[in-house]
Design a protein around this ligand. Sequence first.
Ligand code: ARG
Length: 429
Amino acid sequence: MSDLLWQKPGVAVDAQIQAFLAGDDVVLDREFFLHDIAASRAHAEGLQRIGILSADELAGIARELDALAEDFSGGAFVLDERFEDGHSAIEARLVERLGDTGRRIHTGRSRNDQVLVATRLWLKEKLARTQALCVETAGIALQRARAEADVPLPGYTHLQRAVVSSLGMWWGTWAEAFIDNAARARDTHAWVDANPLGSAAGYGVNLALDRDHGTGALGFARMQLSPPYAQLSRGKFELAAIEALGSAMLDLRRVAWDLSLFTSAEFGFVALPAQYTTGSSIMPNKRNPDVIELMRATYASVAAARSEIEQLLSLPSGYHRDLQLSKGALFHGFGKGLQALALLPDLLRNLEWKPERMRAALEPSMYATDLAVDMAKQGVPFRDAYRQAADPARWAGGDPAASLAARTSPGAAGDLRLDALQARLAALR
Ligand code: ARG
């Protein structure tokens, strides 16, 4: 490893302890290394604005940071165990290339605000991606809700046949759910969009750092105001972000559950395109819906990440190294979650429904509620109508189209309100 930034003369470093301290931190830092470099540039510009760096020194730093970003992206520079972390690697590179100028970069900053700013920049991208995937999912659901609005589907409660539902209702569910999830990702993005750079180790620094410049240069909507709170917010904003993702994952898990039921032979309502299924090593007949099962299971990874981050936050004020461990959880949770979420739009786009199977699953009892309400409309007290409609002798069968029309057409309580959903969705694009 290159020299540790904080190493004291004459104090030997124990390899086992050092390995424990390091963990996989430097490898994790690859994930937001480009953001760390971008923030270093903004910081250097700020230093030049207050006379700590000359224009020439800034130009050299900017050039070397660009080169580092390029080398890292192209693989010519590998961020690995030679460095304690990504932050040290940036400084080491600037010192190697620029000597004393490089040794000035850390004036007025701490790795504590470096890691904060890099994490926030990284999360803004991930939340934007979460929002975009939710918007795309909702768009497909809405489109299919319109196209298949009147196709009857059994509606279940307790997994027991209840009333006649429709594909319009099933798709409308996911349209609104993912609109909500997109809105949550957007709101969380707005909350995370604040610049901690300049808060240094959590107590500011005796320099007139131009924090407004850094805020604008890095594209933040606002500045974090209280330096100690900038530190305290670590973990808290990661938690909010993983919860926003978790909200989408919760619905993804439900969709996957519905589909794994509906694709079973017992239901047979929908067929998955072949690429979403796998085979069995022993049973030649099998076509298993592994993709939706793993999509469903991915909820566990996101929930585990959320839990790990939350468990780290039982700390007094100020920076603590405990917080370092939030990174692995955050990166892993978002990595897995977004990978699964990214498969959802195409999966939904490609579902092939089996309307004849869905229709065959409707049975006369499923019109009993309509019957009771119809009688109540004629003036029979609902509780009496309910008792009469419970009599199987009165279940003459029914017409799914009429049942659906009475509940889901404009003005009815179950109105699909697809135009209103469309309007909400348009505001999130
Ligand atoms: N890798 C560290 C983290 O993620 C960076 C900050 C280190 N700060 C310190 N005072 N040791 O928290």
